[in-house]
Design a protein around this ligand. Structure first.
Ligand code: HEM
Length: 177
């Protein structure tokens, strides 16, 4: 493999893998701060750690929208889209689509989350999703052992970002276990 490919690979991991994970963990903690009963559920049953992260991506995903460019003329749900068009996919809307999800607006870490598109879908779906899952699960595993409750301590501030549902600040207080 030519050396410059390695540099490009590292660059794509850094550009795609840092802010996504930081804000993913921020959004996860925000979800729990608003749903103390779900935090207690997790503390009572740590086997829910994996689902909890998936549910946070479904309920309040870090990547709410993503663009695609059509490589040929396509017809989608009766709409014809010419080749070379930019098409925006609303991942966040699909993750709350009532045809797929029951009580879609409810953050429920016991739900079956398969089918969410927080990491998108298809050939270009997130390459680093297993790393993101592992990082978030470690955070949840340790916090759920050491923290009895996560409580809002002010309005969270969002950071404007064209791609990410980002957190500027998330004031919370925690009660140690
Ligand atoms: C919570 C964390 C993360 C979220 C929500 C996330 C989400 C996404 C989404 C929605 C895409 C677009 C996929 C598409 O175009 O269909 C993507 C692509 C990608 N992600 Fe992630 N990501 C996360 C973490 C990471 C990490 C940790 C890495 C690497 C270490 C990573 C590497 C990539 C790469 C390389 C792509 C481009 C894949 C391609 O175009 O084939 N991501 N991610």
């Amino acid at each position: 493999m030519p050396a410059e490919y390695g540099a490009l690979l590292v660059r794509s991991f850094l550009s795609a893998g840092v802010d996504t994970t930081i804000n993913g963990i921020g959004n996860l903690l925000h979800a729990f701060s608003l749903h103390p009963q779900e935090w207690q559920k997790l503390r009572n049953d740590r086997s829910l750690v994996k689902r909890a992260f998936e549910e946070s991506l479904r309920w309040q995903g870090t990547v709410q929208t993503f663009f695609r460019t059509t490589t040929r003329n396509v017809n989608l749900a009766g709409v014809s889209i010419p080749e070379g068009s930019k098409v925006i996919a609303f991942l966040g809307a699909a993750n709350r689509g009532p045809r797929h999800w029951e009580e879609a607006d409810t953050f429920n870490i016991s739900r079956q989350t398969s089918g969410h598109v927080g990491f998108a879908f298809g050939i270009h779906q997130c390459l680093g999703q297993m790393i993101a899952r592992q990082e978030s699960e470690v955070v949840l595993e340790v916090l759920s052992q050491r923290v009895a409750s996560i409580n809002p301590a002010g309005e969270p501030q969002r950071r404007l970002n064209n791609t990410l549902f980002a957190v500027e600040s998330l004031p919370v207080t925690i009660e140690p276990a």
